[in-house]
Design a protein around this ligand. Structure first.
Ligand code: XMP
Length: 319
């Protein structure tokens, strides 16, 4: 840890030199990178930092609460919470095409974020949790179609007309260094060691139309997956594990009743960087626990499947 310890002093000084007495805005997602950036910036410039957290209605269960608890209450970071869930869900109504979903979410995010920065007061700087690999990977590689399959790149996501200067205090670091730094800065393990979660959130794990009801079903299943993966110790060993809601209903039986309900697919993958991935051979007793808990506890689901596809040719997310 000594490397990160001395890195903090250097980084704090560099941030102070760059921003002086100016205000800085950071879009906080709750993911590892923006969380560590927030903690580091707060250490360097305290109240000159305002974090904006957008609830897009597509977050995991308790996510908004966790972020408010950790950053607002514990770190006492100035946190501007924007609940735009109704707007996002309204715009997603009736949309089933995966790329259109992503575009709508991306565009709405920028709109909401831009309006929020205005309310946050005049800031000269925008901070981002860009890592070293983000910079390298955003350089288009000729003939690499994988780089273009999904419109999900986070680098350069905000419009140029937002006239901010960028502060990117993590841009020389790799992911494992960022995690070390986060722990050193006192962030909880729950945040620092979390698995990646896509920007468009649960929307890309709800196949077909995203409705409030479907969000609720997936959110409940997801909570169970996270819980059981953590309890069994598998959560921290693998790249990602999550539930996907399929728009497929099938016949089942519950007590004396015939049911006609949704199917949940479970996905668990091992990966180094998300570019390729292998499905994880989770033990049968864990799969059994996941399946029986989801079917018994989540109303509207009567069947659970396990995705045994690797990337390529399948992607990690289903959309
Ligand atoms: P795919 O599904 O393309 O995912 O194999 C590779 C990795 O990227 C994550 N992912 C995203 N991350 N915004 C993000 O920040 C996005 O729009 C997005 N889409 C996919 C995915 O979870 C996996 O780790």
């Amino acid at each position: 840890l000594w490397t990160m310890h001395s890195y903090i002093d250097q980084a704090v000084e560099a941030i102070r030199n760059q921003v002086g007495n100016e205000k800085v805005i950071l879009g906080l997602s709750g993911g590892v990178d923006s969380s560590v950036a927030a903690a580091l910036l707060h250490k360097a410039i305290g109240n000159q930092l305002t974090c904006i957290f957008v609830n897009n209605g597509l977050l995991r269960g308790r996510e908004a609460k966790t972020v408010q608890e950790v950053f607002g209450r514990h770190f006492k970071i100035k946190l501007q919470y924007e609940d735009a869930s109704n707007l996002f869900l309204k715009r997603l109504k009736g949309v089933t095409d995966p790329e259109r979903k992503r575009k709508i979410i991306g565009k709405t995010f920028i709109e909401v974020f831009e309006a929020a920065t205005k309310r946050a007061g005049k800031a000269k700087f925008l901070a981002q949790g860009t890592l070293y690999p983000d910079i390298i990977e955003s350089v288009p590689i000729a003939g690499n179609p994988a780089a273009m399959i999904k419109s999900h790149h986070n680098v350069g996501g905000l419009p140029k007309k937002m006239r901010f200067q960028l502060v990117e205090p993590l841009k020389s670091l790799f992911k494992d260094e960022v995690r070390e730094l986060g722990l050193e800065l006192g962030l909880p393990r729950e945040i620092v060691l979390r698995q990646p979660f896509p920007g468009p959130g649960l929307a890309v794990r709800i196949l077909g139309e995203v409705t409030p009801r479907r969000c609720e079903i997936l959110r409940e299943a997801d909570t169970i997956v996270v819980e059981e993966m953590k309890t069994s110790g598998w959560y921290y060993k693998i790249w990602q594990s999550f539930a996907v809601l399929l728009p497929v209903k099938s016949v089942g039986v519950m007590g004396d009743e015939r049911t006609y309900d949704y199917t949940i697919a479970l996905r668990a993958v091992e990966s180094q960087d998300g570019m390729t991935a292998d499905w994880v051979k989770l033990p049968y007793d864990l799969l059994e626990k996941l399946s029986s808990r989801i079917i018994n506890e989540v109303k509207g689901v009567n069947r659970v499947c396990f995705d045994i596809s690797s990337k390529p040719p399948a992607t990690i997310e289903w959309e």
